[in-house]
Write a protein that binds this ligand. Structure first.
Ligand code: UP5
Ligand code: MG
Length: 190
């Protein structure tokens, strides 16, 4: 175990913008470990943890789970991993998430991938996804969009003002989006 800080890339974008899909591709090509905050929270519900019911209710309402909970899960996953390069997918979702993560972990992202996609396209993708996610119904999807616009976009703006955002047109087919992603991760760029 070393104290060396891991390399972290935040992967942000609206619900259904393709964060999970593209992270799986990045893992294959660039040796990162993928940490989806949403997946970690859903695993916490399944594990029957004492926070499970609270997390489940918040996800059903499209609300942002208290940052202590999410940060603890992310920190555990980072510590348990032998890797030192992480894609943190779907976090931070608001300013408080962002500030708390920096304060607790002292980690600043190398850069932020932002998957930019229209709501129309994201809605189409989420409604045709068949993973049995409790938040993939039209009522919850609308709430997720609203929270993204009001709380998550300001985080992207914050990192944009620091020159850290790599914005990608995520409304195209998966392979085309990944070509743009690859260009960002290729050694000449970082
Ligand atoms: N698809 C993907 N790319 C495509 C493309 N280019 N063309 C056509 N189809 C494409 O993709 C979604 C669907 O679209 C899939 O069927 C895919 O095949 C297809 P996916 O890669 O899953 O998109 P993603 O952006 O990962 O969508 P997801 O639904 O996971 O995004 P959310 O941000 O809504 O979900 P997340 O799991 O991050 O969070 C869920 C909830 O957890 C939040 O609403 C919140 O309540 C809670 N949460 C917190 O409270 N705090 C956190 O830090 C994180 C989550
Ligand atoms: Mg996802």
């Amino acid at each position: 175990v070393t104290d060396k800080k891991p390399t972290v890339v935040f992967v942000l974008g609206g619900p259904g913008s393709g964060k999970g899909t593209q992270c799986a591709n990045i893992v294959q090509h660039f040796g990162y470990t993928h940490l989806s905050a949403g997946d970690l929270l859903r695993a916490e519900i399944k594990s029957g943890s004492e926070n499970g019911t609270m997390i489940q209710n918040m996800i059903k309402e499209g609300k942002i789970v208290p940052s202590e909970v999410t940060i603890k899960l992310l920190q555990q996953a980072i510590q348990e991993s032998a890797n030192d390069k992480f894609l943190i997918d779907g976090f931070p979702r608001n300013e408080e998430n962002r500030a708390a993560f920096e304060n607790v972990t002292k980690i600043e992202p190398a850069f932020v991938l932002f998957f930019d996609c229209s709501e129309e396209e994201m809605e189409r993708r989420l409604l045709s996804r068949d993973q049995g996610r409790e938040d993939d119904n039209i009522e919850t999807i609308r709430k997720r969009f609203k929270v993204f616009l009001e709380s998550s976009l300001p985080v992207i703006e914050y990192y944009n003002s620091k020159g850290k955002v790599r914005k990608i047109d995520a409304g195209r087919p998966v392979e085309e989006v990944f070509e743009s992603v690859q260009a960002i991760f290729s050694p000449k760029n970082e």
